[in-house]
Design a binder for this molecule. Structure first.
Ligand code: JD8
Length: 382
């Protein structure tokens, strides 16, 4: 792969010499060239910026130096990567895609950015990708070019000593990394999880997968598709035949609620199987099954213009994997068009539930009865 980087701060790219890109170069896998944009200016002050048309703060990078630079670098067949906060999100999948290219040319802007005509004109000649490395603002494109280069180069065939290790990495399988440990087995009173010292490789794999799933659900629920969280989880409308399992799951799930809310009367723990059959026939009820086992459920019904959500339950041994968030999203999506708000109640002492609902955009509306709080969320226009 050949990489060219055009910038007014070439020294910013010096780390490429040091790091892995340097090794890739030594392996003949990579050829990196850094170019100072001012090489393509012709005035005494080597000017690369001017005031913005339409007014406003800051300066804009002039098109002429960029046009001449990209002409000289002959873009044909290359992918022009313009790093910008308004670009498409950079992801591992995009890194894999860029790693298939023969040549990348990075245009690193500064000031308020590069005159848009440079990109539009280049786009008539070659592939142009405007890419952002994250939802925060940097002062220029160089850091992003460094990050993208590192993420791409390490995927080049022949670069990683052990390519298998790539497959296990974060974002490769939609999961975050599991925690890692090395010697000593005990350090400052903190011990390495015994399973890792067991030599039982199947148990170690299972523990690591479970840790990765839990971390993903906790830290990056946006990454956590149900099928990643639980083996082939299926969410569907309830069927009469689910009643028995659902009744049993409900009893199991509300034990914790009772412990968190001592003295509060909890209907889910007092209703009969017949009561349950009544509401699964009346309400919108979704159930989640994994490997044939009923592992979660939720119900909802319309009262005036409010989609009243309830009985959100996840099997106690599978909580913390994001299934509750997925079920909530799915039952919200099932709301009829006339619904203008979602609402649900939970125990005042059920802080874990309240945290999940607040993360999903619900706001606490106060106690509706002793020990029971209500949360609501406006239906966003569909
Ligand atoms: C390129 C100029 C600075 C940005 C006015 C501050 C990427 N994830 C990212 N955050 N910021 C950048 C980035 C910022 C850049 C340039 C990339 C060129 N700036 C500008 C607009 C607001 N100043 C980035 N990738």
């Amino acid at each position: 792969m050949q990489i060219d980087v055009v910038t007014i701060f070439p020294d910013y790219l010096a780390p490429l010499e040091l790091s892995l890109a340097g090794k890739a170069r030594d392996k003949g896998l990579l050829d990196i060239r850094v170019h100072d944009l001012r090489r393509w200016t012709h005035d005494r002050h080597r000017t690369v910026d001017d005031t913005p048309y339409g007014g406003g703060a800051g300066m804009v990078m002039k098109p002429e130096p960029w046009g001449e630079a990209l002409d000289d670098l002959e873009l044909d067949g290359a992918t022009l990567v313009v790093t910008t906060p308004s670009g498409e999100p950079f992801t591992q999948a995009l890194a894999r895609e860029l790693a298939t290219r023969e040549r990348l040319v990075f245009a690193c802007g500064r000031y308020e950015g590069i005159d848009q005509r440079v990109l539009d004109e280049a786009g008539t000649r070659t592939e142009v990708r405007e890419i952002s490395i994250g939802d925060y603002v940097l002062n220029g494109g160089e850091v992003a070019a460094l990050a993208i280069t590192e993420a791409v180069v390490r995927l080049l065939p022949g670069f990683m000593g052990n390519p298998e290790s790539l497959a296990e990495e974060s974002h490769e399988d939609g999961l975050l990394e599991y925690p890692v440990y090395t010697k000593p087995a005990s350090w400052r009173g903190h011990d390495v999880p015994p399973v890792l010292l067991s030599g039982d490789h199947a148990a170690i794999r299972a523990w690591r997968h479970d840790q990765a799933v839990r971390r993903t659900a906790e830290r990056r629920p946006d990454l956590a598709h149900p099928s990643v969280l639980l083996d082939d989880v299926e969410v569907r409308l309830v069927q009469p035949g689910d009643a028995g399992e659902l009744f049993t799951l409900q009893r199991a799930c509300w034990v914790q609620e009772q412990q968190d809310n001592p003295g509060v009367e909890i209907p889910a723990l007092h209703e009969t199987l017949e009561d349950l059959r009544g509401w699964i026939a009346r309400d919108t009820v979704l159930v989640a099954r994994s490997a044939g086992r009923l592992v979660g459920a939720v119900r909802a019904d319309l009262h005036e213009r409010t989609w009243e959500i309830g009985r959100l339950m996840v099997a106690p041994d599978l909580q913390g994997r994001g299934l509750g968030r997925v079920l909530l999203q799915r039952v919200e999506a099932a709301a009829p068009p006339e619904a203008t708000a979602y609402a649900l109640v939970t125990g005042a002492g059920s802080l874990r539930n309240q945290k999940l609902y607040k993360k999903a955009g619900y706001r606490l509306r106060g106690e509706v009865e002793p020990g029971v709080v209500r949360l609501t969320k406006t239906v966003s226009k569909r």
